[in-house]
Design a protein around this ligand. Structure first.
Ligand code: PGA
Length: 250
């Protein structure tokens, strides 16, 4: 049985002080989620990572990015050792905003995924097609390329530790969420690709849907066969809506 997962992606939102307020306010939510066997967490800005850890050690905390090199002349980047030093063991890789604004390619994501796995960390690998690709019915072609490149040279033992997030670019922050039928179809396609490569191990890999997930629609995704949780941007920012998301997952 795959454990359900709710991960909030805060992007460039919340100061450390605002993070502290959220973390304290989420203490009861962590207890609720644990009671119902759900993993919950957030991916705040780098500066706020230790703040979440400090004020709610029960929340899973993910970095929004990481570099694949151990150290060096990479201005503005952050290394795995820096994350591990503050006990951060999860990182989002290949979010569409990083693919769009920072030229993140699937090949580069693969280097990051391999570096994280070598350090016993958990990558949340984001894939998804743009609106133009969706309209040209190229979704599965794009997904296949992203999954194949992202999982290149990854053993089945390690593949089981990766979380995949299907986030159609046209649905992120637009209020235009993919229907649960579309999302399930693509997530089941992703699991099929992983099954071709890893056999039964594919059944252990958690696949999330992301893109305008709200308390009102989260249940429809979670009731499908292949969607194991959600990666949520806007609706994860307020404690009230985060709470509603959890309540509607239960
Ligand atoms: P959204 O963002 O929920 O605001 O659409 C999702 C994401 O970027 O992960």
């Amino acid at each position: 049985m795959r454990k359900k997962l709710l991960l909030g992606n805060w992007k460039m939102n919340k100061t450390r002080e605002e993070t502290k307020v959220f973390a304290l306010g989420s203490l009861a939510l962590s207890a609720l989620a644990e009671l119902h066997g759900i993993d919950i967490g957030v991916a705040p800005a780098y500066l706020s990572l230790p703040v979440v850890k400090k004020y709610n050690p029960n929340l899973l905390v993910a970095s929004q990015n990481v570099h694949y090199q151990p150290s060096g002349a990479y201005t503005g980047e952050i290394s795995i050792a820096m994350l591990k030093e503050i006990n951060i063991t999860w990182a989002i890789i290949g979010h569409s905003e990083r693919r769009t604004y920072d030229n993140e390619t699937s090949e580069r994501c693969n280097l990051k995924i391999k570096a994280l796995l070598a350090n016993e960390m958990t990558p949340v690998y984001c894939v998804g097609e743009t609106l133009a690709q969706f309209e040209k019915s190229e979704t599965k072609k794009v997904i296949k390329e992203q999954i194949s490149a992202g999982f290149s040279e990854i053993s089945s033992e390690n593949a089981a530790k990766v979380v995949v997030a299907y986030e159609p670019v046209w649905s992120i922050g637009t209020g235009r969420n993919a229907s649960s039928e579309i999302a399930q179809d693509v997530c089941s396609y992703i699991r099929g690709l992983l099954r071709e490569k890893y056999g039964e191990v594919a059944e252990q890999i958690r696949i999330l849907y992301g893109g305008s997930v709200k308390p009102e629609n989260i249940k429809t995704y979670l009731s499908t066969a292949d969607i194991d949780g959600a990666l949520v941007g806007g609706a994860s920012l307020s404690i009230e809506s985060f709470k509603e998301l959890i309540n509607n997952m239960i």
